[in-house]
Design a protein around this ligand. Structure first.
Ligand code: ATP
Ligand code: MG
Length: 419
């Protein structure tokens, strides 16, 4: 026997999954996003360059693929933004803002736990080539509408922070470094290393004793240049204007290096430690970094499908999940009636009507076939015995009421068509 790879998941019932994807597609199209699809395989350097060497993803979570014949370093994509930007640059997209989204699996070699997989699915949306900070406001409002109105998730919070421009960050890093001098002995060894290598990453530390210290740390939003200060105020004002409730989380930096200015996360207590089900932010320098001639200020977000599914599982009775089409099962009572059953099934499957048709081809007693049909949730059984075959009729049995009708083949089809 083989077991699935650690940190992966089998989906045996996709109804909630498909419902979510379907809803998100409809929602995004209302906001003029179009769907794209990029490969799962990408060059390793794309992520080294964009996410930053010091990030957890690049430093220890990449799945790198070795092909026998060429030397290329290929990896399984760990996130969606870098590939979308690669596609933007490589395909010479010149009409901006480019509002696109994609759905699919991502791969990270993390420690598997509740809500954390090594292969997981994301819906990733990006607005490439838009400087306006109100684009950030609209993206956040769009997400809030989706979670709250469309999906009826209510036990969540929206955390926002503003990281300023690169110059603000340079200044702030010094201020933060000074603050850390007084606590150096108390912080964990990872934070000690990050103080030198990538100091803002320190805010990602999950260590409780470190987190308590950083609660007292200086806030980057208190050290913004004037234009950034104006933008930060504008975001807050416009979110309030659109009635979006948010919490300013001064230590939210997000795990990737390319973010600047706005960063945000939707979190829910119902998810336990892996509380974020959607996160995003602004990345104004990444597009040029990946190879475009000019900077294209951009913003994007990623939703974690598996985590949203955990939230939906609790409220699924309230959701308008589409019902499966009614199932008709055809029961040929012996081998002699099987060819007729095949023809009738074929005719029913060809009519333009949302029904599902199956045939029992394992010869069995009527009683046990009926039991099986019941178990499968069939709405109707179409019984064909030797007598029915001879008289060119079928017996249609309503599995709920038990009512039986003897029908000619044409009558059967027209009843189903008009049902
Ligand atoms: P986390 O807070 O869990 O470390 P992240 O900041 O690394 O998340 P992003 O890279 O921003 O996550 O991805 C966006 C979303 O994808 C997250 O908010 C989360 O819902 C989901 N996600 C990230 N990593 C995983 C994973 N290993 N398994 C399942 N979902 C994940
Ligand atoms: Mg992570």
């Amino acid at each position: 026997m083989f077991n699935k790879i650690k940190g992966t998941k089998d989906f045996l019932d996709l109804s909630l999954f498909n419902f979510l994807i379907d809803q998100v597609k409809k929602h995004l199209s209302t906001y003029n996003f179009t769907e794209i699809s990029t490969p799962i395989l990408e060059p390793l350097d794309l992520y080294k360059r964009s996410l930053g060497q010091e990030t957890d993803i690049v430093s220890k979570e990449m799945y790198i693929i070795k092909s026998e014949s060429d030397q290329e370093m290929i990896c399984l994509r760990p996130e969606g933004t870098a590939s979308t930007v690669r596609a933007f640059v490589e395909n010479n997209i010149n009409s901006t803002p480019w509002k696109v989204y994609s759905c699919g699996p991502m791969f990270r070699h993390e420690r598997p736990q509740k809500g954390r997989y090594r292969q997981f699915n994301q819906i990733n949306m990006e607005i490439i080539g838009s400087k306006s900070i109100n684009q950030d406001v609209q993206l956040i409002k769009m997400l809030e509408r989706f979670f709250f109105d469309t999906l009826s998730i209510d036990n969540y919070a929206l955390l926002i922070n503003f990281l300023g421009c690169p110059e603000d960050r340079v200044k702030f890093k010094e201020i933060f470094k000074d603050f850390l001098e007084n606590y150096f002995e108390k912080i964990c060894s990872t934070c000690k290393i990050r103080k030198e290598s990538n100091i803002l990453r320190i805010f990602d530390c999950k260590n409780e004793s470190c987190k308590i210290i950083y609660k007292e740390a200086p806030r980057i939003t208190d050290h913004l240049c004037q234009p950034c200060q104006i933008e930060w105020t504008e975001i807050k004002n416009n979110l309030e204007y659109l009635s979006v409730s948010y919490t300013h989380e001064p230590n939210l930096v997000r795990g990737l290096d390319y973010y600047q200015k706005t960063v945000f996360e939707f979190v829910s207590q119902d998810l336990g430690a892996q509380s974020a089900f959607c996160g995003g932010g602004r990345y104004d320098k990444l597009v040029k970094e990946i190879g475009a001639k000019e900077d294209q200020p951009s913003i994007g977000a990623g939703m974690g499908i598996e985590r949203i599914l955990i939230l939906l599982e609790r409220i699924k009775d309230k959701l308008a999940i589409p019902l499966l089409p009614p199932l008709y099962v055809i029961l040929p009572l012996s081998k002699e009636e099987q060819s007729l059953a095949l023809i009738i099934a074929d005719e029913l499957q060809a009519i333009k009507k949302a029904i599902s048709v199956d045939i029992f081809l394992e010869e069995d007693s009527l009683k046990s076939m009926m039991r099986k049909a019941n178990k499968m949730g069939a709405k109707f059984a179409i019984i064909i015995g030797s007598e029915e075959k001879e008289n060119k009729v079928v017996k249609l049995k309503n599995m709920i009421t038990g009512k039986e009708d003897i029908l000619k083949h044409k009558e059967l089809i027209s009843i189903i068509l008009n049902n």
